[in-house]
Design a protein around this ligand. Structure first.
Ligand code: ZN
Length: 113
């Protein structure tokens, strides 16, 4: 399932309202569910949180776009922060899952687009 997400409006747009924000971006249903989970889940459940690589990349892109929208400027620190990530963070190093998020490639990705 693909949903229309408006960074300017800060949420999903239904088909009737999609015209409100021409910049609205499509996101997969799994990405939306993950965002909701991260907002509401108790911290004790976050260690078990899993994303596919595609979902992780989609969420990261959305986060960056949201920051840049709010800051009204390119987020140049983003690339720096990425460059100093510890090994095992992101980049599909699922063998080092530990307490960090890891990727489950066996899971289907119905939200890919
Ligand atoms: Zn609507």
């Amino acid at each position: 399932m693909t949903l229309m997400y408006s960074i300017a409006e800060g949420g999903l747009l239904c088909p009737s309202c999609a015209h409100i924000d021409p910049q609205a971006t499509s996101i997969g249903g799994a990405v939306w569910q993950s965002m909701r989970f991260l907002l509401r889940a108790p911290s004790s459940r976050l260690a078990a949180f899993r994303l596919t690589e595609a979902e992780d990349a989609a969420m990261e892109a959305l986060l960056k776009q949201t920051f840049e929208y709010r800051l009204e400027a390119p987020l140049e620190a983003w690339d720096f922060l990425r460059s100093i990530r510890l090994p095992g963070q992101r980049e599909g190093r699922e063998e080092q899952s530990g307490n960090r998020r890891s990727f489950d490639k066996s899971r289907n990705d119905p939200g890919a687009n």
